[in-house]
Ligand binder design. Structure first.
Ligand SMILES: Cc1cc2nc3c(=O)[nH]c(=O)nc-3n(C[C@H](O)[C@H](O)[C@H](O)COP(=O)(O)OP(=O)(O)OC[C@H]3O[C@@H](n4cnc5c(N)ncnc54)[C@H](O)[C@@H]3O)c2cc1C
Length: 495
């Protein structure tokens, strides 16, 4: 099939009936569900961009295997140019959503591409697994499917491993092997956008201990596979809030879901890893399935930070407070933070790494530094926005108020900004800012930046430990070399 249109993506959603639960009710008509309607449109727009002459050459390419046009997220980069072709796609998709949608289709396409092209890793444990992931990669590439993923166990007792939980099947684990496949039971989280995707892929962060064998799993299945339930969190908007009042929250909410597997049959050809603690622990560090999607996350995070910074600057200007030194200092800090991330991205791309199998990846240290900095920089941008907007953020009238003739003069007079900024312009800007820094929608965006790819504290600790293993500390050795053999010749201290 090659690249899909937005309409074809929506047709795909209509053809499936996943078991979705939201606010105590079963959602049966996904595309017409008010909560999902607009986010579906936003994803459909990305699919349509693949056919738009303005973007097509920057976000798609002709697949050498099939001769069909496919998305650049399926490129297996073997050169700087191919890596940058992917980077361009990340940037275009991120700009189309202001970096506010983290799990656009490119994200998991890159994960699967990384896994499939590192078949040598799975081959060591079971050659069938590498064949399965390669076939799966072909399947989602050629049908242009949209995936969600769930890699975290439900948050029950974090002080115990999976096999130490009270119930054997609280965490997702294998129940039995059958001739047709593997039966799995238990839960995984936090599957962002799950209700509006085609497929789900399951794998895990490292951290398995002996005894966890049944939980060491990686597989993919259609989102409407029998026995799989999607339990949605509380929606942050009801789908009825106006675009005027909530210009971002009404468009870009990514629903998150807990996935509950009630004895779900995973066909053997969809199993990529099973019953092997070592393989599950090494999948992440050995195959680049962290580093390649971190490129997407870095580009997206950069756009999101730049967007929040623009909003803060415009907000300050609209009410004339950026004449003050303290406000200039805060805004200057945000602009510099954007420059830091932009520079790190450039370093990541120019100082790329080539693996033993010839895969080109952005520089790992630079990407991990972005990963470490954004959870501090994005909340800071939100804090500055809150401080600058102050009481005005809470005071915006609604779109209906602008349409009430009895109060329109008052609104035009008292919601005016600095000279040249009309009340409508100022209110629209404050509403944009409030979606980012006040609404539940904005709080989720902040939490996303902290946790989207694991706990930032443990990630930084892993980064430090890796650094320590590789570091030579040669400057310290140089500095100390002049004091070599001096101990014996030092004059003794006289008391
Ligand atoms: C908005 C959002 C979207 C997400 N989307 C997805 C998605 O699409 N797919 C997906 O799979 N996941 C997704 N995630 C989940 C994300 O991977 C996890 O939130 C992240 O890995 C942290 O795990 P946790 O939330 O269970 O926190 P926990 O691991 O339970 O951590 C809670 C706290 O305890 C501390 N802690 C816990 N265990 C330890 C330990 N062993 N050592 C030291 N400190 C510890 C942590 O530092 C943290 O402060 C998303 C998360 C968010 C917030």
């Amino acid at each position: 099939m090659g690249i899909r249109t937005g309409a074809q993506y929506m047709e795909g959603l209509k053809s499936r009936t996943p078991e979705i639960w939201m606010e105590g009710r079963r959602v049966t008509d996904v595309v017409n569900e008010p909560v999902f309607k607009q986010p579906i449109q936003e994803i459909a727009r990305l699919y349509d961009m693949q056919h738009d002459p303005q973007y097509q050459n920057d976000i798609t390419h002709i697949c050498t295997e099939t001769g069909e046009r496919v998305n650049n997220s399926f490129l297996h980069p073997k050169s700087y140019e191919e890596m940058m072709a992917r980077s361009k796609l990340f940037e275009i998709y991120a700009k189309a959503t202001f970096g506010l949608m983290g799990r656009t289709p490119d994200f998991l396409n890159v994960v699967v591409t990384g896994m499939a092209h590192n078949g040598w890793f799975l081959d060591q444990y079971n050659p069938e697994w590498s064949v399965n992931i390669k076939n799966y990669y072909n399947y989602i590439r050629d049908n242009d499917l949209f995936l969600t993923h769930a890699i975290i166990n439900p948050q029950n007792d974090r002080s115990k491993n999976s096999h130490g939980q009270k119930d054997t099947f609280t965490h997702l684990g294998a129940v039995e092997e059958t001739p047709d496949g593997l039966v799995v039971r238990g839960a995984k989280m936090l599957a962002t956008l799950a209700p509006i995707t085609d497929e789900v892929i399951i794998y895990s962060f490292p951290g398995f201990a002996p005894g966890d064998e049944r939980y060491a799993l990686a597989f993919a299945i259609p989102i409407d596979t029998p026995g799989l339930k999607l339990l949605c969190r509380e929606p942050m908007q009801d789908g009825k809030r106006s675009l005027f009042d909530h210009p971002l929250a009404s468009r870009f909410e990514e629903m998150d879901a807990l996935l509950v597997f009630n004895d779900v049959l995973i066909p053997w050809d969809r199993v990529f890893l099973y019953n092997n603690v070592e393989a599950a622990n090494l999948l992440y560090p050995k195959t680049g399935i962290a580093q390649q999607p971190a490129h997407q996350s870095g580009v997206r995070g950069y756009i999101k930070l730049a967007f929040a910074t623009e909003v803060a600057c415009k907000l300050a200007d609209s009410i004339g407070v950026d004449v003050y030194l303290n406000v200039q200092n805060d805004l200057g800090e945000l602009v510099q933070n954007v420059e830091v991330i932009r520079s790190l991205l450039r370093v990541a791309e120019y100082e790329y790494e080539t693996t033993a199998s010839g895969e080109v990846m952005p520089n790992g240290a630079a990407l991990e530094t972005i990963r470490g900095m954004l959870p501090k920089m994005y909340p800071r941008a939100i804090e500055v926005m809150q401080v600058i907007g102050a009481g005005g953020l809470l005071m915006s009238p609604t779109g209906y108020d602008f349409n009430a003739p009895e109060i329109r003069d008052d609104i035009d007079k008292y919601y005016l900004g600095r000279e040249g900024v009309a009340s409508l312009e100022r209110v629209k800007l404050f509403k944009l800012a409030w979606d980012l820094c006040g609404e539940a929608f904005g709080q989720r965006l902040l939490q996303y930046e902290r946790y989207y790819t694991g706990d930032p504290i443990r990630k930084r600790a892993i980064f430090y430990n890796g650094h320590k293993r590789k570091a030579s500390f040669s400057m310290v050795d140089d500095a100390l070399s002049v004091t070599e053999n001096l101990v014996e010749t030092q004059p003794k201290l006289v008391k």
